[in-house]
Design a protein around this ligand. Structure first.
Ligand code: AMP
Length: 617
């Protein structure tokens, strides 16, 4: 047994007595403190307190005493609550600031994402959930079917295709092996479409087999990915059980804007004509959009309709008035689902879902994948395969992006100079309608063949602008973002962003009008002090990602994301978990901010008796 240090006072008279039997008195307070230290030592907690007791050097005789096995143990005293609390805190795993940030974002996203599901009331009421996708009956040729998973992966890697899901069908590198009817193959060839694009290589076999979420940059050829299987389904159903007057449709496509719906409808129509000419059954399509006389639409419904391409408002109207039903509908595509949600169509889509009487094949296409869309997909799709041909929200790499600092007052004059960069056709975008009108007028005065489109123009003006620009009769189209989404103008040489949109997604959509299907295009963007730092940082990161030149004005920005750049957000990607912008986190998201103010404005309008936010354009 160690001897007690004689220079130190010995202790409580139980056993530590000196020869002369003198036992030093230890005050109660000190004894308690010693007890505490003992408990802490026992639990292995090292005190940082300089007064802590070291059993080898301290005057604490209990330390020594406790090492003697023969000595009776002092009665166990219970630790105070304070000690317990500090103990518990110490036992908690340490959370780094990064983990804390990610945790906060998860909570924000959970709070934001809508818990409502995309199912019909009947399915909800009866608790019907589908566990298997609707069988399509389509099978690839046996050579493709026997492709090994390794081979399939190699093809996907070559084509930069990412897939997620169970039993992903193998990619198919040519249209012939997709078993499309001969007249469709011929039509594709006629249109110069000989080689499928990446989204087609993987998306077509997936849709021909079941549900799919498609994430593809604009201009990737995604329309054909859902239109061709749609035609196949309609043909198959018509052969099995022909549509009677007043019945239909077999397939439905929902788009966020009338222009996009019209464009998709035209693609459908192109393929139906040669099919009929070659002896296939006649399939009647219907364009179901607002701003068009409903009577003409009803005429088509009366004959029996096979395929409907619609915007949510008019579709909801026809269904509610029981002019059309979805009793036979077994194929649904939500195109530009992110835009549908952004424009406030969520409830309309939910209502459309209510009209389905049976399981359907569901496809969802989106340029970006915010949490809300992921939830949509989870509730409405069955064992969906995700096909991604580029980071959701990433810019098309075939576009050369130039960013120039132009003072507000110099913009309009500089615009003319900018138009000289390339031959026509050129698209000019700006955020507000008044700017579109000003630029349009200025260009007309300068003798430029320009047309303009924005939400304030009537349907006729909008259609004229689009058709004359598409036909090459006009060189320049000036537009708000209405025209930027999903519209396919062939061979746009140059996109000029007269202003930088606050939401980076809109920028991606805008510049995606050029550089389509493998061709290279130019996008010039004017920036100045009017843009918020968040917007400019998003732009900077996007340019970096696409390996574009970063102008000094962006390079010099104070960039808080540089420190947290490597942190992936709750969805497992860098940047904002809500809009996908790389220059900010969700708490600074301009899109979220905008939507919150729209929601507040909407609820106020409702309060005063008007219809709330109505987004259809
Ligand atoms: P989308 O992304 O569907 O709007 O298509 C953009 C444009 O690409 C349309 O004009 C299509 O006709 C065209 N396109 C689609 N698929 C192909 C392809 N495989 N090869 C060449 N052009 C295509």
């Amino acid at each position: 047994m160690e001897t007690l240090n004689p220079s130190k006072p010995s202790n409580i008279g139980i056993e530590g007595e000196d020869d002369d039997g003198y036992v030093e008195y230890v005050p109660v307070k000190k004894r308690r403190a010693m007890e505490v230290q003992k408990i802490l030592h026992r639990k292995g907690v090292k005190s940082s307190n300089p007064t802590s007791v070291d059993p080898t050097t301290s005057s604490d005789p209990t330390a020594d005493l406790s090492s003697d096995p023969d000595r009776p143990k002092p009665p166990e005293s219970k630790p105070s609550l304070l000690i317990k609390a500090s103990q518990l805190k110490r036992d908690l795993p340490e959370i780094t600031p990064t983990e804390q940030l990610v945790q906060q974002e998860i909570e924000m996203i959970e709070h934001l994402s809508d818990r409502k599901t995309l199912m019909s009331v009947r399915e909800l009421a009866k608790g019907i959930t589908y566990t298997e996708p609707l069988a399509t009956g389509w099978k690839p040729p046996s050579a493709i079917r026997h492709m090994s998973p390794k081979e399939a992966d190699t093809v996907r890697r070559q084509w930069h295709i990412l897939v997620e899901g169970d039993d992903v069908p193998p990619p198919i590198k040519n249209f012939k092996d997709m078993r499309l009817p001969e007249p469709i193959l011929k039509k594709l060839k006629e249109k110069g479409i000989v080689q499928p694009t990446p989204i087609q290589v993987q998306g077509l076999p997936v849709i021909l087999s079941g549900d799919m979420i498609g994430i593809a940059f604009t201009g990737s050829g995604k329309t054909l990915v859902f239109v061709l299987p749609l035609i196949m389904v309609a043909l198959q159903e018509e052969v099995m059980m022909p549509i009677m007057p007043g019945e239909g449709p077999f397939g439905l496509v929902v788009c966020p804007s009338r222009e996009l719906a019209r464009q998709t409808y035209e693609v459908v129509e192109q393929f139906l004509v040669p099919l009929k000419e070659n002896g296939y059954p006649e399939l009647r399509p219907l364009l179901c959009i607002g701003g068009v006389d409903m009577r003409s639409q009803l005429e088509v419904v009366k004959k029996g309709v096979h395929i409907v391409v619609a915007t949510p408002g008019r579709l909801k109207d026809l269904l509610a008035k029981k002019k059309m039903s979805l009793d036979n509908c077994r194929y649904l595509t939500l195109d530009e689902a992110d835009r549908l949600v952004d424009l406030g169509f969520e409830d309309d889509i939910r209502e459309v879902f209510d009209h389905f009487k049976a399981q359907r094949q569901t496809l969802l296409f989106s340029a970006t994948m915010p949490k809300k869309i992921q939830n949509f997909a989870r509730s409405a799709l069955v064992k969906a395969v995700t096909v991604n041909v580029g980071r959701a929200g990433a810019a098309n790499l075939d576009v050369i992006q130039e960013v120039e600092y132009v003072k507000q007052e110099a913009k309009i004059v500089y615009l003319l100079e900018c138009l000289q960069k390339t031959p026509p056709p050129v698209l000019i975008f700006c955020e507000n309608k008044a700017d579109v009108d000003d630029i349009h007028e200025y260009l007309l005065l300068k003798g430029v063949e320009a047309v303009a489109i924005h939400g304030g123009k009537d349907q006729e003006e909008r259609e004229y602008a689009i058709s004359s620009f598409k036909a090459g009769k006009k060189d320049v189209l000036v537009a708000t973002d209405v025209a930027s989404k999903g519209l396919d103008f062939p061979d746009i040489q140059h996109v000029i962003n007269y202003d930088m949109p606050a939401e980076i997604e809109n920028y991606v959509h805008r510049i995606g009008r050029t550089g389509r299907c493998g061709k290279t295009g130019i996008a010039t963007t004017f920036i100045n002090k009017n843009q918020s730092e968040t917007t400019l940082l998003d732009l900077k990161h996007l340019l970096q990602e696409a390996k574009q030149r970063i102008p000094p004005v962006l390079g010099e920005l104070n960039d808080p994301m540089e420190d947290v750049d490597a942190i992936t957000n709750a969805s497992g990607v860098k940047g904002c978990a809500y809009c996908g912008g790389l220059g900010h986190r969700i708490r600074d998201c301009p899109k979220l901010e905008h939507q919150k103010s729209m929601a507040i404005a909407g609820s106020r309008r409702d309060y005063f008796g008007s219809g709330g936010y109505r987004g259809e354009i």
